[in-house]
Design a protein around this ligand. Sequence first.
Ligand code: MRU
Length: 330
Amino acid sequence: MQAVEFRDGRLILLDQRELPHVERYLEIESAAAACDAIRDMVVRGAPAIGLAAAFAMVLAAREAQSNAEPEGMLRARAEMIAGARPTAVNLRREVDAVLAVLKGPKEEWPEKALSYAEAMRRRQNQEDELMAKNALGLFRPGMRVLTHCNTGALATGGLGTAFAAIVEAHRTLGLTEVLADETRPRLQGARLTAFELGRAGVPHRVIVDGAAAHFMGSGMVDLVIVGADRIGSDGRVANKIGTYGLAVLARHHGIPFAVVAPRSSCDPLWPDAREVEIEQRDPREVLEFQGQRVANAGSDAYNPAFDVTPGELVAAIVREDGLFRPPYAF
Ligand code: MRU
């Protein structure tokens, strides 16, 4: 099961909106369709979005080639893809990186973009392996671990970030149980993390997001471990909405709160030289369930997709180049 692939000139995305019950793949032939798929969360998770964007640039390069203004069109398509979701740094970073290699004759653009994206996939796979190994120092045999959202193969196209660390820790040390937050409103925890934990043979239970304090207070959590969409120079972490609350709860209960993410999710310009936009999604994701209105008719909702956890609440940040402790200076 591959979250992101490029075959026969098409971007193939596993439709994560339908998992775990249906395994359906979308075949995408235009940059605009790739952009819609990223925005609609067919593919999601910061590194997987970056990978899909790099492959989408192959489609953009192909479209631009036959345009009267190839460079202008390429830049417009790149801007469209990079703007599909604003919070994960990986998306714009990879689009910019592909643009940087598209120098020279336009006939070579698609091939150049494709080799960048394929090399990027290989690099991400290696990084995932290294992060899982580097994170081992956070675990002890028999631990109970709480995680949020989905950070597995579905979120990176490789092994995953925090998820791969959990699987490696269970394989080498043995964990008692993983608590997977359901992760309202898109249920990445209940649908995707539980699915991947099940396939990896890791004992787990799904809990509602609001139950985290209860389980921490009951001594049923020894470590909270999550991924990141963007890490600032001082260790602040933008991640799925609810992450900040978990970090505050963990601090109150004396439980370590750790983040696993590749260097490509780090943004040294944030916060000093850059503000970060928190994606605001459609209120219907909160007000409806499977297309049926459940909230009071006439009530509106806020639906921020991410929050920001201050670096001082983060006990450790694990990247492919090591395990870092506060104070952070990335
Ligand atoms: O909205 P999503 O599903 O793209 O959000 C994903 C997350 O918040 C993940 O925790 C993050 O991208 C890390 S993925 C390895």
